[in-house]
Design a binder for this molecule. Sequence first.
Ligand SMILES: NC(=O)c1ccc[n+]([C@@H]2O[C@H](COP(=O)([O-])OP(=O)(O)OC[C@H]3O[C@@H](n4cnc5c(N)ncnc54)[C@H](OP(=O)(O)O)[C@@H]3O)[C@@H](O)[C@H]2O)c1
Length: 252
Amino acid sequence: MDLAAGFAGRHVLVTGASSGLGEHFARLVARCRARVTIGARRLDRLEALAADLAELGAPEVRAVELDVANPASVEAALAAAGPIDVLVNNAGISEGRPALDVTVDLYDAVVDTNLRGVWLLSTAAARAWREAGQGGVIVNIASILAFRVAGAVPVYAASKAAVAQLTAALGLEWARYGIRVNALAPGYIATDINSTFFETDAGQAMIKRIPMRRLGQPSDLDGAFLLLAGDASAWMTGTCIAVDGGHLVSSL
Ligand SMILES: NC(=O)c1ccc[n+]([C@@H]2O[C@H](COP(=O)([O-])OP(=O)(O)OC[C@H]3O[C@@H](n4cnc5c(N)ncnc54)[C@H](OP(=O)(O)O)[C@@H]3O)[C@@H](O)[C@H]2O)c1
């Protein structure tokens, strides 16, 4: 089965597409000839990416300013995007410090981006699909920290555990409407969110604890991403798939 088939002409919205994994997913679906809307706060970066996506094969590309934690911004971005078929909730941030150094404002920023953002986008998309009498597909980008913990990311880990559970709950509620909700739980992949950590001794030690002894590349996620975003997962909902070089099954 060709996982990339079936995206041609479909409209995919990727949040947090101004860097890292979101940018990678946008490029991936553009190569599959999907119509793509990219959203994030840094519009300048999105506009540069938009030109690349058109060259890669996307027949239509929109760059929309989006703060996933802000209901008005979510509403405006979805209106600017127009009807979508696939929503990729990828935007996320991490606190990167021990619990006792996390301020209330930082706690709120992490939970609002990682959880409230998924909630706002998913419910708005599902409402629009229900009104149009059509189904839809949601792919949430969780993390292996939804299932195990590491130091200095307590709020991030809790928010991603909540995303995995929200994925299951929405999968249950919306299956009857033809709306599928699944999550991808990546292991460690060097992007802006964590690159400084992997330059430290602790970061290097962590890489040695990954059973496959290496960080992931964004392209390591392609198979699971296309599976969850496309028709090959037509009978899957509420699941969370880890892609992590075996990190979740590392020895205790
Ligand atoms: N890299 C990894 O090892 C790893 C592992 C597991 C899970 N993940 C998850 O993968 C996702 C992408 O992370 P990444 O590694 O690609 O990190 P990244 O390069 O830092 O990208 C994060 C993206 O989220 C966007 N974003 C942050 N706050 C936002 C907001 N309020 N509204 C809209 N967009 C917002 C950022 O864009 P703006 O700043 O322009 O808004 C940026 O494009 C995150 O959910 C992360 O938790 C990453």
